[in-house]
Design a protein. Structure first.
Length: 118
């Protein structure tokens, strides 16, 4: 099993920045993909960004490209999401997820709230 704990959410004005952290524990050597998803109130969960592989390849949702950056610290079993130029539509609960190779996202954190005021 893998446990994921997020932190770093909060309230920020539009145009501001936040940095989210997710620390994994347990069978971390089984993880290949780590990602951030978000779910706004009344909406479906959506993909934000992922990082995977030995080279740390990344993918982003079009809505956050150029504003958000995903990174990781393998020594700390942590993944980060630097969010810049935040917009009110970025308001959501942000969830960290992890997946083994060739599998769906199996492990999920509890989420951290990000609220962006206009």
């Amino acid at each position: 099993q893998v446990q994921l704990v997020e932190s770093g959410g909060g309230l920020v004005q539009a145009g501001g920045s936040l940095r989210l952290s997710c620390v994994a524990s347990g069978r971390t050597n089984s993880i290949w993909f780590m990602a951030w998803f978000r779910q706004a109130q009344g909406k479906e969960r959506e993909f934000v960004a992922s990082i995977y592989g030995t080279r740390g390849s990344t993918t982003y949702a079009d809505s956050v490209k150029g504003r958000f950056t995903i990174s990781r610290d393998n020594a700390k079993n942590a993944v980060f999401l630097q969010m810049n130029s935040l917009k009110p539509e970025d308001t959501a609960v942000y969830l960290c997820a992890a997946a083994p190779p060739n599998a769906n996202y199996t492990y999920w954190g509890q989420g951290t709230q990000v609220s962006v005021s206009s």
